[in-house]
Design a protein around this ligand. Structure first.
Ligand code: ZN
Length: 397
């Protein structure tokens, strides 16, 4: 799909660009006034109109990869009780399975330079979309049961946006690099505090890809998280009400009072797990004989139970040595496997190492190097660098 000719044509026909210098109170104050470009991207029949920071616009590739293809039957649009319409899966979906990918129809900056005439810009953007897409957008808003939108700005503000990272060169504010995308289907995906899917931005195809993170049964609604789901219930509800105007009634927010407290405690346990000063590090556990053999294993197993009970397979945290984010589920499984290696428990080490490989395989993060390491460890466990590390402290003691 070629966007360069489209770009040239729009420039020739008069794109909108503002160089602003008059700040107002509702926007941000960059050190240098920023310029925005509104133009159509030739991505799909639904059309896409982007209002981009000029710095990003210059970096946009002339071509994008084709959208990954999925079975259209992966998703159906149905009424979700109390939430208007939602996305549902008619089929059984497996963890790690990609459900569908979609291009945005509108792309807008999150923070706009002071003085930009947004009302006019939004009018212009909507007028550039195909009539059919404009109609679907309007239907989208009407189906939420709210009053008819009174302007393009009003209409756009009513649709759940997705954050799209588009790096801006020489940025003077981290806000500048975030844009928001409006999607005809994806923006229909409702929130849950224990979501069963995640989305990620694929810059190569300029699309969002929705992936299941646990089993989704036929007929079950597909949900994502609109807020930080490791927060306690009252904070999650407050954030959702403030940012999206609804009171969450997911299964975790409607538990009885005692169960909400247990849920909050579990979420706190998970969100502070890796930094908790009360838990020994793996190294300390290996070196100090007064830590019992199952201390760490029980804690990691408890974390895995909580992740499943709270529907928090979305959790991921940065690996201290690399800064790379990795699924907490995989981190806990890895940690248990290492504990059994340290204890020289061949059978349990094999079980958890196989599980570590399977979990990675499902999410397509089992690279060839890691696969080789796992297969070496399984055929000869003593190759594992921490093999016997805990047992030896017992022998020394
Ligand atoms: Zn909730």
């Amino acid at each position: 799909m070629d966007v360069s000719s489209n770009y040239t044509q729009l420039r020739a026909s008069g794109h909108i660009a503002w160089s602003t210098s008059a700040p107002s109170l509702r926007t941000f104050y960059p050190a240098q006034p920023r310029t925005y470009i509104v133009r159509s991207l030739d991505l799909s029949q639904s059309g896409c109109v982007a209002m981009l920071d000029a710095g990003i616009d210059r970096l946009m590739p002339s071509r994008f990869n084709l959208l990954p293809t999925f079975k259209p039957s992966n998703i159906t649009l149905q009424t979700s009780p109390g939430k208007g319409l939602g996305l549902f899966s008619p089929n059984m979906v497996y963890p790690g399975e990609a459900l569908f990918a979609e291009h945005p129809i509108l792309v807008l900056p999150y923070a706009v330079d002071a003085g930009v005439p947004l009302r006019e810009a939004y009018d212009d953007m909507l007028s550039r979309l195909p009539a059919q897409t404009r109609q679907e957008l309007l239907y989208f808003c009407q189906s939420t049961g709210a009053h008819e939108p009174t302007s393009a700005q009003h209409l756009i503000s009513r649709i759940t946006p997705f954050a799209i990272p588009l790096s801006v060169p020489n940025r003077d504010s981290s806000d500048v690099e975030m844009h928001r995308g409006v999607f005809l289907k994806m923006s229909r995906c409702n929130h849950s505090c224990g979501p069963n899917a995640v989305w990620r931005w694929d810059p190569e195809s300029f699309s969002l890809i929705l992936t299941a993170i646990r089993y989704i049964n036929p007929g079950e609604e597909i949900t994502i998280a609109y807020t930080n789901v490791s927060l306690p219930q009252h904070e999650r509800r407050f954030n959702l009400r403030r940012s999206f105007g609804f009171r969450c009634a997911c299964e975790w927010c409607t538990l009885d009072h005692k169960s909400v407290l247990e849920s909050d405690a579990a979420r706190f346990f998970l969100s502070t797990f890796w930094d908790s000063p009360s838990r020994p590090s793996f190294k300390a556990w290996c070196q100090e004989s007064f830590y019992s053999s199952d201390t760490l294993i029980l804690d990691h197993q408890r974390a895995l139970r909580y992740i499943q009970r709270e529907g928090l397979e979305t959790l991921s945290s940065a690996l201290p040595s690399t800064g790379i984010h990795m699924s907490d589920t995989i981190r806990h499984i890895d940690a248990i496997s290492m504990c059994y290696a340290a204890l020289e428990d061949i059978d349990k080490f094999a079980i958890w190492t196989r599980r570590a490989a399977e979990e990675r395989e499902a999410f397509n993060v089992l690279g060839p190097d890691r696969k080789l390491v796992f297969s070496k460890w399984l055929s000869n466990p003593s190759c594992c660098p921490v093999w016997g590390a805990k047992k030896s402290t017992y022998l020394r003691g």
